[in-house]
Design a protein. Structure first.
Length: 304
């Protein structure tokens, strides 16, 4: 194995690099999950705030506006759309979108069979309504969707015909106000039933910028970790050379000198750590070797 042929300092660097790579992969994966989760929480909170606001507008229209204008629906030549909760919520939201900060936000009460065709479901919205119909226990659907303008986070909730009063405009054309027929005709928006899920309330919040911020944060964190690792690697290398590599190299040179017959060479390392103990052991070994060689030498060559 090639690691066996590396010097001690290189082996330490290889091991540290492997640890850093594994740690970086695990850390980046965990951080990405945390940052993406935080991004989802942020866009979810924005979406739910708008949904709650739109529902408040719907409730206000139903309880305060409809009673005031309801009688006029039979006598006016044109239908008064402000009496419809969906119309009020949509119009208010369109005004909100004129603010640059909310330009890419979208709100729609996507309806399978709407009176106003601007509320007609598209393919994606049809799928949402069908999911609610197939599983009435589902109260909310959410997720990310890729659109031409970027990734968005959507929340969808079912809209159910809960009140008998709603069927006045949506059961049969003969029950509908005359102004409604005059404005929208008798082809669309009828046949609804009490308790039926007829639409999905959908709010879309741009998520591209928030996700980009999360990814930028990940890059910064990983950059900081890389910098910290570099500083640690340099520090460990410096301490390794000073406390281990240099003393070992000195002992290697001394051992080579002793092996060549220089008995005056000394193993010098003034410390009580493992390197110091090794130096002391080599010193004792040199002394034992010197004594053994002196005993084996001829009388005239023995040293005192």
């Amino acid at each position: 194995m090639f690691i066996k042929n590396l010097k001690l300092e290189s082996k330490f660097n290889v091991f540290l690099l492997i640890i850093f790579i594994i740690g970086s992969i695990l850390t980046s994966s965990l951080l990405l999950q945390v940052l993406e989760r935080n991004a989802e929480i942020e866009v979810t909170s924005k979406a739910k705030l708008i949904v709650q606001t739109m529902n408040s507008i719907r409730d206000y229209t139903t309880s305060n506006i409809q009673p005031l204008l309801d009688a006029r629906l039979e006598v006016e030549s044109a239908f008064i759309p402000e009496t419809v909760p969906a119309f009020s919520a949509t119009e208010v939201f369109q005004r909100l979108r004129k603010n640059e900060a909310y330009r890419n936000f979208f709100y729609k009460e996507a309806t399978l069979n709407p009176t106003n065709l601007r509320d007609k479901v598209d393919k994606f919205e049809t799928n949402l309504v069908e999911k609610f119909r197939n599983d009435p226990a589902t109260k909310e659907l959410s997720g990310f969707q890729d659109l031409p303008g970027g990734k968005v986070f959507y929340i969808a909730r079912p809209l159910i015909v809960k009140k008998e009063s709603c069927l006045r405009c949506h059961s049969t054309p003969d029950r509908a106000p005359k102004s409604q027929i005059a404005t929208y005709g008798s082809e669309n928006g009828f046949g609804w039933k009490l308790g039926e899920i007829v639409a999905a309330q959908v709010i879309s919040v741009p998520a591209e910028e928030i996700i980009d911020r999360a990814q930028d944060a990940l890059k910064i964190i990983m950059g900081v970790l890389l910098g910290v690792f570099g500083a640690i690697l340099l520090t460990i290398n410096y301490l390794l050379r000073r406390a281990v590599i240099r003393p070992i190299r000195k002992m290697v040179k001394t051992a080579e000198a002793v092996s060549l017959g220089d008995m005056d060479a000394e193993f010098e390392h003034q410390s009580s750590d493992e390197i110091g103990l090794l130096s002391t052991a080599f010193g004792r070994m040199k002394s034992s070797l010197k004594i053994s060689m002196n005993l084996l030498a001829p009388p005239d060559e023995k040293t005192p």
